[in-house]
Design a protein around this ligand. Structure first.
Ligand code: LMR
Length: 369
């Protein structure tokens, strides 16, 4: 039986807690693939990750060939086929994901280096920790030996939100919505392109109100993560785990005819997105773990302006982390990453009587570390 080595960082967090059993159960790679699952987290919390490991052992998952936990990336990332970078500090109420950029960026310098040093030559990386597009850009820049097409960041959560919302409004089922994909950044500027989507084969503008599509729909998808944080007191976890499963599944299975999916990938200059930026595009896959950006999609003036605004957001974020993209800054980065680990440990262990920090301490992952 085929076996894949899968690393999940932020292993003590809530996203990982929702994700790990689903990987172990075969939902990500299929019922004919055994899993060697490696739980990665920072040294300050790794004992707690061992508790999660015990639960995975106790699940007696038939496909779980091995499970291990370590704070040493040389151990967890050795020969890894898939590295799911979930661990990072989460945003709290009133924050934008981009506000985390200087906190989380240094973590992804280290993650990129670890992927380059230890993972398999065929490794594929999925960045989940926010701001995920720019964290992916940072990790990728710090792993020059790992080709562009191995790096992706998660906009599937936005795609799932958009499809569910449009289906509900149209009185359709989620599976009747096709080609509804996300362009740009996983931020308040993301663009769910309804202009090229279909609902039961029809254009969305013929089944729901056009003015709702152009305003309410887009804004609701853009703000859904914040709405979850405000309602739950913590960022999305089970829907994030679902989106990560869907993201990888879309890469390891051929895309159904008549549909696309979205993920943020390193731009090759398509659709005027500057080369190198990690931006969400419509994709298809042959099911080999790779993807192609769908060519020749017509974007009208409205869609073009929305995509341009989100790409401008990405370009701004890139400027904010310019120092993390240059290997010349390595010594400074090592120091910052160490400080960041300490900050993560504080979030993961703090039990101050403040709701948000307590929620953070309970979760850890994309959240917690
Ligand atoms: C989400 O979209 O729910 C996550 O990226 C968490 C967040 O900060 O919104």
């Amino acid at each position: 039986m085929k076996e894949v080595k899968v690393v999940v960082t932020g292993a003590i967090g809530q996203v990982a807690y929702a994700l790990l059993p689903r990987i172990a159960a075969g939902e990500m790679f299929g019922a004919d693939v055994e899993i060697d699952l490696r739980l990665s987290d920072i040294p300050q919390v790794i004992e707690r990750a061992k508790g999660v490991l015990m639960e995975l052992e106790d699940g007696a998952f038939p496909l779980l060939a091995r499970v291990s936990a370590s704070a040493d990336r040389a151990e967890t990332h050795a020969g890894a086929d898939w590295v799911l970078l979930v661990g990072s500090v989460p945003r709290g109420p009133g924050m934008e994901r981009g506000d985390l950029i200087r906190k989380n960026g240094p973590i992804f310098v280290e993650e990129g280096k670890a992927v380059a040093q230890h993972a398999s030559g065929e490794v594929r990386v999925v960045v989940v920790g926010n701001p995920c597009n720019t964290n992916c850009l940072i990790a990728r820049a710090n792993a020059p030996s790992v080709p562009d097409d191995r790096w992706t960041a998660l906009t599937r959560l936005d795609q799932n939100r958009a499809r569910a919302l449009l289906a509900a409004k149209a009185g359709a089922r989620v599976r009747d919505v096709k080609k509804l994909v996300i362009w740009g950044n996983h931020s308040a500027t993301l663009y769910p392109d309804f202009t090229n989507a279909t609902v039961n084969g029809k254009r969305p503008v013929s089944v729901v109100d056009r003015s709702w599509l152009k305003a309410g729909f887009i804004e609701e998808v853009q703000q859904r993560g914040a709405a979850v944080i405000s309602a739950r007191g913590a960022s999305s976890a089970l829907s994030a785990a679902q989106a990560i499963v869907d993201h990888v599944r879309s890469l390891v299975r051929p895309t159904p005819r008549g549909d696309w999916f979205s993920a943020a990938v390193v731009s090759d200059g398509s659709y005027d997105v500057p080369r190198g930026l990690v931006s969400s595009f419509p994709l298809t896959s042959k099911g080999d773990g790779g993807y192609e950006i769908v060519p020749g999609i017509k974007l009208n003036a409205f869609a073009t302006s929305k995509v341009a605004a989100s790409v401008a957001d990405l370009a701004r974020e890139r400027e904010l982390v310019a120092d993390l993209l240059a290997s010349a800054s390595e010594p400074a980065m090592v120091a910052q990453a160490t400080e960041q680990q300490e900050a993560l440990a504080a979030v993961a262990t703090d039990d101050q009587p403040d709701d948000w920090r307590r929620a953070s301490s309970e979760r850890g992952a994309r959240e917690g570390s």
